[in-house]
Write a protein that binds this ligand. Structure first.
Ligand SMILES: CC[C@@H](C(=O)O)C(=O)SCCNC(=O)CCNC(=O)[C@H](O)C(C)(C)COP(=O)(O)OP(=O)(O)OC[C@H]1O[C@@H](n2cnc3c(N)ncnc32)[C@H](O)[C@@H]1OP(=O)(O)O
Length: 292
């Protein structure tokens, strides 16, 4: 039953809980202990309060933004931070230098190269990227240069992808004798359908910015030189509404992705109700907006 304090209701938590019930806190802590000492690079988060847009930047350019163990732990902390950002509307995920991300740092990989440690790393990255996937923000990856292996998986954890004209993605896991370890296979199927997802995983094909646009993997192509500004402008078009409205829209999408039909409709009603007669709604009614 829906209770009175509708603004307080966070329907998302209900299914987040179900989604992560298998990821026990102790397993995540064990993964963090294992991965934290595996140093190299870092990940930065900048939150622009004025626009409501946050930017996550992978900062390991000398290793083509390969994700070290330490960076995986930082990523988890950053997503926790963003979950609490009440005035946030949008997020850009990008890499520094000339590559988006060359996947797992092979130096880290060498240190955890057994099935048990692989499961720990995979559990932490699944948790982080699934929570990123479920943030109530409009999220976009800027794919500039190559996205390889785990890097290609990262690109599937946002709602949209903008490629620079030199952007390229390839699911090379097969060539490495593994499969997607960061949940990217499942998200790719949701994104492109089973046939195309299987084709990209088995062929390990390099997908250029042009091909990515053609197959619906990319939402826009931007010139290299103005890639960040153009991605910001692209995102700005989608986040003109109040943060409450944006967050509710995204939560409807997340609900429809994860819940049964009935649960999703309940989620949608619950999100709608506090907005009806709310500040943004009253402002719009006062303005007598015409949708010409
Ligand atoms: C667990 C996740 C798992 C998955 O799910 O698949 C993975 O992601 S496994 C990792 C898969 N990635 C790779 O195997 C990348 C291998 N590297 C390359 O193919 C190339 O380096 C490149 C990324 C195409 C870049 O080529 P290029 O532009 O010619 O630069 P260099 O080769 O000279 O690279 C510069 C520098 O960076 C180091 N590097 C690149 N990628 C990684 C990486 N993933 N881990 C660690 N280090 C990486 C490379 O070795 C060079 O180092 P130095 O020789 O010390 O300069």
């Amino acid at each position: 039953m829906i209770s009175i304090g509708l603004k307080k209701i966070r329907p998302i938590l209900q299914f987040n809980l179900r989604l992560y019930q298998s990821l026990s806190k102790s397993t995540l802590n064990e993964a963090i202990e294992k991965l934290k000492p595996l140093k190299g690079g870092h990940i930065s988060l900048v939150k622009d309060e004025a626009s409501g847009i946050a930017t996550i930047t992978l900062e390991h350019a000398e290793k083509k933004n390969a994700l070290s163990g330490q960076m995986m732990v930082e990523f988890a902390d950053i997503v926790e931070d963003l979950k609490l950002w009440e005035s946030g509307k949008g997020l850009i995920l990008r890499g520094s230098g000339d590559t988006f991300c060359s996947g797992g740092d092979l130096n880290t990989v060498k240190n955890i190269n057994n099935p048990c440690d692989g499961l720990l790393m995979s559990t932490l990255m699944h948790s982080t990227l699934n929570q990123l996937y479920c943030l109530p923000l409009v999220t976009v990856t800027l794919v500039h240069g190559k996205a390889i292996g785990g890097g290609s998986e990262l690109t599937t954890a946002t709602d949209f992808r903008v490629f620079s004209n030199t952007g390229e993605t390839s699911f090379v896991q097969g060539k490495m004798g593994v499969v997607t370890g960061w949940g990217g296979g499942t998200r790719l199927v949701h994104l492109l359908g089973p046939r195309l997802a299987l084709y990209l995983m088995t062929s390990c094909k390099k997908v250029s910015s042009e091909e990515a646009l053609n197959i619906g993997l990319s939402d826009s192509t931007v010139p290299v030189d103005s890639r960040y500004e153009d991605t910001l402008n692209w995102l700005h078009q989608l986040i003109k509404h109040d943060s409450e409205v944006i967050n509710a829209m995204k939560n409807i999408v997340i609900g429809a992705r994860n819940l049964t039909l009935e649960e999703s409709f309940l989620n949608e009603r619950t999100l709608f109700s506090p907005l009806w007669g709310g500040p943004a709604n009253m402002r719009a009614l006062k303005k007598n907006v015409k949708h010409k």
